[in-house]
Design a protein. Structure first.
Length: 508
């Protein structure tokens, strides 16, 4: 880790507000002589991590009176008003581990979610499309310590979570709380020139936040000073830039395709008792396909694949897209690779559905494949580039990073948001400790507590996901393929190792 010095700060100027860096700096200096509204905590980013932090601070009697501000460039009013018919689901869904759900319950946010839209699952089937080796997880085979814990994860739409967190925050009243919705960070600078009565702001981050949207140019920016500035502002974090904290990482050259699917009817007994998540690794296509259950016989798809395959899949008409999803769970890698190349333009080509049905007649079907996809909700097929990033440090004087601003990982284990919520839980505990012990919440010594709790666990999980991605991107008969196959088979036969893996995946 890099050593942390105050000299590391450099003014952050939003790229779209920059008219030449020199002009920007001059402008900053003029502004610095003006006054700024003082807050205890300023959080940039109103995604699940930022809102989770605010909700946690407002929920604790020790921190609820802190003066806090949230700056979010999107319209929080839209997030608050999010509403979908019960037969429709957003395509951005996360599998929340039991420990994330515990945290949300503890801070009183879970009760503000629409839990009819949340789907728990109790079983997982994970297998290698190339070697066929498989591992299955279910709670019934667990050690007695886990007997009372039936849920592996809870599938929750991100929009449902964000709306629930907003409701929780607003239920705590608006005293000492300012939400800068539709505002972006125009600049962040060190308050060295700031003239203010009260605390010495010379080393405090001073933000200039300005409205976004129509007529934004005519509106004046607001200046706010932060005793503690939290970057919950995602992968391109302006707060991280201001603190001059570098990241390590790489782009996977993979895209995650997401979609909301309707499934064929399930056996009613299965429906009432147990829901299952399915993941099949497809090494020759560059990553796994996962089908995770949603209520009412729906499922969310996350298919990590090469950009050219993602572009091909997105270009398909709906019936062909559905055929490809079913093929990815049920055909051999050779058949699947063939189908990935069927031309759309040539009229004498057989359709994807015909091709799938013909090939299925000659492919033995194992019992662990998911129910067939029979529909795709309109407008839900989308893709996201997959990346790995890890900030060199999470803290600087008066700065803390949480969530994707601190780490972005491969989604194959569904852990990114869970790590972000664990960060928020740890940071809110750190702030609580500092307040109750009369410490300065922005002091580096205070923040060390947060960083030492979160840096290594995040590095461990991000590294494990990266390793899995790399292992399952290797095709052919080499030692990695052999080790991969042996690994899953051996783990599947060792209940204690499985239990350990489950424990880690669930955040306990
Ligand atoms: C395909 C896919 C599937 C995934 N599945 C899972 C899963 O199953 N489980 C799981 O745990 N995780 C999953 N993840 C990861 C998860 O989605 C992210 O980790 C999580 O959404 C990050 O939340 P965040 O609040 O840290 O950041 P974001 O959600 O990126 O929020 C950052 C916020 O900051 C705001 N912002 C940025 N810049 C500024 C600025 N200058 N001024 C003001 N506001 C600003 C943005 O508008 C945004 O609202 C998945 C990711 C992908 C790509």
């Amino acid at each position: 880790m890099r050593s942390i010095t105050r000299a590391a700060f450099r003014p952050y100027i939003c790229p779209s507000c920059r008219h030449g860096i020199g002009a920007g700096r001059r402008q900053l200096r003029t502004q610095a002589a003006q006054s700024a509204e003082i807050y205890d905590v300023v959080c940039v980013g109103g995604g699940p991590a930022g809102l989770g932090l605010l909700a946690a601070l407002r929920a604790s009697p020790i921190t609820s009176k802190l003066k806090v501000a949230l700056v979010e460039s999107q319209d929080l009013g839209k997030a608050r008003g999010w509403n979908l018919d019960s037969s429709q689901f957003s395509n951005r869904v996360s599998s929340l581990t039991p420990s994330s759900v515990d945290f949300l319950q503890k801070i009183g946010a879970w009760e503000h979610l629409d839990t009819d839209r949340v789907q728990n699952y109790q079983e997982m089937q994970v297998w290698d499309g190339e070697t066929g080796s498989r591992i299955s997880f279910d709670r019934s085979s667990e050690t007695p310590a886990f007997e009372d814990l039936q849920t592996v994860a809870s599938m929750t739409e991100n929009a449902n979570l964000v709306r629930g967190l907003l409701r929780r925050i607003e239920a705590s009243g608006d005293e000492n709380l300012t939400l800068f919705s539709n505002h972006t960070v125009a600049s962040i600078e060190n308050g060295s020139d700031l003239q203010a009565e009260g605390p010495d702001l010379s080393a405090w981050p001073i933000l200039s936040v300005k409205p976004t949207g129509p007529n934004a140019e005519t509106l004046a920016p607001t200046r706010i000073a932060a005793r503690l500035l939290v970057g919950a502002d995602g992968i391109n974090s302006p707060v991280r830039s201001f603190a001059d904290i570098p990241t390590q990482g790489w782009d996977y050259n993979r895209h995650g395709i997401v979609a909301t699917l309707a499934l064929a009817d399930l056996d009613p007994a299965t429906l009432s008792n147990t829901r299952t998540a399915y993941q099949r690794f497809l090494p020759s296509l560059g990553g796994p396909i996962a089908l995770l259950p949603l209520p009412n016989n729906h499922a969310t798809l996350v298919w990590s694949t090469r950009p050219e395959h993602a572009a091909y899949l997105k270009s398909l008409p709906t019936p062909a897209f559905i055929a490809m999803v079913n093929a990815a769970f049920s055909l051999s890698m050779t058949d699947l690779s063939y189908m990935m190349g069927i031309s759309q333009s040539s009229s004498d080509q057989t359709s994807h559905e015909d091709e799938l049905n013909w090939r299925l007649q000659h492919t033995p079907q194992p019992s662990h494949i998911p129910p067939k996809a029979i529909g795709v909700q309109e407008g839900t097929v989308a893709s996201f580039p997959l990346r790995f990033r890890h900030a060199a440090q999470y803290i600087s004087p008066r700065i803390a990073l949480v969530g994707d601003a601190a780490h972005v990982i491969h989604p194959l284990a569904g852990q990114g948001l869970n790590l972000g919520l664990a960060d928020v839980a740890a940071l809110s505990r750190t702030i609580e400790y500092a307040v109750s012990h009369g410490m300065d919440i922005g002091d580096l010594l205070t923040l060390e507590r947060y960083s030492s709790e979160r840096y290594l666990p995040n590095a461990k999980i991000g590294g494990a996901c990266d390793l899995l991605h790399k292992m399952y991107s290797v095709t052919g008969q080499g030692p990695i393929t052999w080790a991969r196959s042996l690994g899953l088979e051996v783990i599947d036969r060792l209940p204690f190792v499985k239990s350990f893996l489950m424990k880690n995946a669930e955040g306990y």
